[in-house]
Design a protein around this ligand. Structure first.
Ligand SMILES: [Zn+2]
Length: 464
């Protein structure tokens, strides 16, 4: 079913920006004209906000940082006090492990079944399971995927693709094109050029507006089909964007979320949009306290944007959650009677570069640079630490220099910031889910991740 874009509606969206959209589109006006007809209230739209790999301790420590440094709680914490908002604890396991990866976690939401870690909507027998955005398309809805990772990465793909292994990102890009995902915003240009199965030209031929920087994103946000690719691989960390002038034209997650809403909200039969803060997980894998803090704070700013949207367009189901923990991130008690834990949070403010960014420089030059390390972290590497880092730079077998480096200086980092870690891996903890809007009343207080699929499809009236 084609989307309809009356020119006056598009004009209004352009003029009013986000705040005016709902009033323009009518909201529940039609329903209130017939108050005596009892109908189950369906959600026309859905916004699924997901932060990848957020431990309870990650938002706990970011919350205390925010209280101390901004005199304000995290928006995430305020959700617990929000009226008309359903909340559940979510069990996050996959079909192959109590500890899920992001592919299996997103597939559980995306198709309603647990699959093996690594698979995207393909079961252990090799059967493809129809993903959520395909159901949404069949109901005439527009669809969108926004992420700070490559758009072909696991969490986004879990709503739209079927591949046996998450690394099949060329196939995922091809399926996005074949399945007409209307809005794709994030990193991952490498999968849309060169030897890839699809190219930007293929998307242009289908009517997509293709975007490469923040200015283009803002200028073309009302176009119904958007392919925005803002990095070759994952988008740079927030902390690096903030401190590197050469990254000023990279949009933020809020920029992409806002643009996606401007585009998708024009669809006559509604939309389904997933927005992922994907790099909280990456910073968790690295055990990088400054990078994870700033990634999470950026995600947190998307929450008021979503709440504002649903206030104006109440036919929208909003779900906010995370897929699993990563790294076992926690603010530890430090000092006598733990009195050093608070001030340790301010120590993170002196950090200006991610371990990923430092690793990139050290790899390129082949040498550890103590000045850059001190400038970026505020720490002086000991001779032993510098030598150990140089050894892993020299070792061709080193796969993840950033996390190897953070591990070498890990004791010093914990001593400075009081942010401790349990590993470089995912964790099995239960996580929060919040839901608001039509269908949210079906959210039980405890839910297994794959059961969220039924909540969403019922709320949207999708036949599965
Ligand atoms: Zn991960």
């Amino acid at each position: 079913m084609p989307k309809s874009f009356p020119s006056n509606r598009r004009q209004f969206v352009k003029q009013l920006g986000l705040t005016g959209i709902a009033a323009t589109l009518g909201g529940n006006a039609a329903a209130s004209e017939h108050p005596l007809e009892p109908k189950p209230r369906l959600a026309k739209n859905m916004i699924f906000l997901v932060v990848d790999g957020m431990c309870t301790g990650t938002y706990g420590f970011a919350h205390h940082w925010s209280l101390r440094n901004r005199n304000a709680p995290l928006h995430w914490m305020q959700l617990f006090e929000q009226p008309d908002l359903a909340r559940a604890l979510q069990d996050t396991a996959s079909a192959s492990s109590p500890v899920t990866d992001s592919a299996a976690a997103a597939s559980a939401w995306g198709c309603g079944q647990r699959v093996m870690n690594g698979a995207i909507n393909v079961d252990a027998e090799g059967n493809s399971l129809t993903p959520l955005l395909t159901h949404a398309k069949a109901a005439g809805k527009a669809t969108g995927l926004v992420t700070t990772c490559r758009v072909t990465h696991a969490t986004s793909a879990g709503f739209a693709a079927n591949v046996e292994q998450r690394a099949m990102e060329n196939e995922i890009a091809q399926q996005y094109l074949q399945r007409d995902v209307d809005v794709l915003l994030g990193g991952g240009l490498d999968y849309f050029q060169g030897e890839s199965l699809v190219s930007i030209e293929d998307f242009k031929a289908k009517g997509y507006q293709c975007l490469r920087n923040r200015a283009e994103l803002i200028a073309h946000a009302t176009h119904p089909q958007l392919l925005g690719l803002f990095a070759n691989s994952h988008m740079p960390y927030v902390i690096d964007r903030a401190n590197d002038a050469s990254l000023a034209e990279v949009p933020s997650l809020q920029d992409m979320f806002r643009a996606a809403l401007q585009s998708l909200s024009q669809a006559q039969d509604g939309f389904v949009l997933q927005v992922e803060a994907g790099r909280v997980d990456h910073a968790g894998h690295v055990n990088d306290p400054a990078a994870i803090l700033h990634e999470l704070l950026e995600f947190d700013e998307c929450i008021p944007l979503a709440l504002e949207y649903i206030k104006n367009d109440p036919d929208t189901l909003l779900i906010i959650t995370t897929d699993h923990g990563t790294g076992g991130c926690q603010l530890d008690g430090a000092g006598a009677a733990y009195e050093d834990s608070g001030p340790a949070l301010e120590r993170i403010n002196t950090m200006t570069v991610s371990f990923e960014s430092m690793a990139r420089v050290f790899s390129a030059t082949g040498r550890f640079d103590p000045d850059l390390f001190e400038q970026g972290t505020g720490m002086v590497a000991s001779k032993a630490q510098a030598d150990a880092i140089q050894t892993i730079i020299d070792d061709p077998e080193t796969l993840y220099l950033s996390s190897a480096m953070a591990n070498i200086v890990g004791d010093s980092l914990v001593a400075e910031t009081a942010v401790g870690w349990s590993s470089n891996n995912h964790t099995s903890e239960c996580v929060d889910v919040f839901a608001c809007g039509p269908g949210s009343e079906r959210l039980p207080s405890f839910i297994k991740n794959y059961e969220l699929f039924g909540i969403m499809t019922q709320a949207l009236g999708l036949s599965t």
